[in-house]
Design a protein around this ligand. Structure first.
Ligand SMILES: Nc1ccn([C@@H]2O[C@H](COP(=O)(O)OP(=O)(O)OP(=O)(O)O)[C@@H](O)[C@H]2O)c(=O)n1
Ligand SMILES: C[C@](O)(CO)[C@H](O)COP(=O)(O)O
Length: 234
């Protein structure tokens, strides 16, 4: 499969980061002197597979994000736009701003995604219709009631933790978002919206290091990861 300049990427970074608890939204915190969002964008900007990137950010952050795009030479970032109240609305605004046949959606706070996994996810989507990166869960997962009682123990062999990127045909994902909006349905990822349209979604095994930086301990791990990577590359 020819994979030059094929796919559009929507990087969502319009969240408030309330679980991180910092004044500055987590996607703008520095990791080795560079905002987390820049680390994330660099992964996709460097990939030959990627044609264009739309960055979805907070309305008040557009100017500084555009500044980083030019300062860090992120040539594929064609638009920096404002997001919505929920992640789902931010993704939808990105979908209206992108023009490729295939699209990948990625969290701005997952800077450690491996290019080979991004490519594997894209290839799987093109071959099958839709794909997401994920890892097998390592813990035993319980379904627990609000009062703290265990209700069920699903078979771990069928449980995966879902990551981004998630890759779809642009027309499918737009329709899925529009249907969800019409139905008043909010999902926690894009594949949920596509699944409810009856479109099968494949899982592609990624890496446990593709963390979503969510709480303060994730930042410590992220700093460790970057340092370790730097050492490996010297
Ligand atoms: N209205 C929103 C909410 C979230 N996101 C983005 O979606 C990604 C995953 O969301 P999450 O980690 O939950 O980020 P926040 O919503 O910022 O975090 P929290 O739930 O702790 O407030 C992040 O890159 C975040 O910026 C977004 O673009 N628009
Ligand atoms: C899309 C996602 O990153 C997949 O793990 C995740 O569901 C986002 O969820 P959040 O509620 O925004 O943390």
């Amino acid at each position: 499969m020819e994979t030059q300049n094929h796919v559009g990427v929507i990087v969502v970074a319009a969240g408030k980061g309330s679980r991180m608890g910092t004044r500055e939204s987590k996607q703008y915190l520095l990791l080795e002197d560079k905002p987390i969002i820049v680390h994330t964008l660099e992964v996709f900007d460097r990939m030959p597979l990627v044609k264009e990137i739309v960055l979805v950010t907070g309305a008040d952050d557009i100017d500084r994000c555009a500044g980083w795009v030019s300062r860090y030479g992120l040539r594929k970032v064609i638009k920096v736009i404002s997001g919505g109240r929920e992640r789902q609305q931010s993704v939808y605004k990105g979908l209206l701003a992108i023009g490729t046949e295939w699209v990948m959606v990625h969290d701005g706070v997952r800077p450690f995604v491996e290019p080979e996994h991004v490519e594997a996810c894209y290839r799987k989507a093109v071959n099958t219709g839709a794909a997401v990166l994920a890892v097998k869960v390592k813990d035993t997962i319980k379904q627990v009631s609000e009062s703290g009682m265990i209700e069920a123990t699903p078979d771990r062999r069928s449980l995966w933790a879902i990551h981004t990127p998630q890759a779809f045909r642009l027309s499918d994902l737009r329709k899925a978002h529009e249907q969800a909006e019409a139905d008043g349905f909010t999902g926690t990822d894009d594949s949920m919206l596509v699944e409810r349209m009856g479109i099968p979604v494949n899982v592609v095994e990624g890496s446990y290091t593709n963390i979503k930086i969510t709480t303060p301990e994730d930042l410590e791990y992220a700093a460790f990861m970057l340092k370790h990577r730097g050492e490996k590359n010297t």
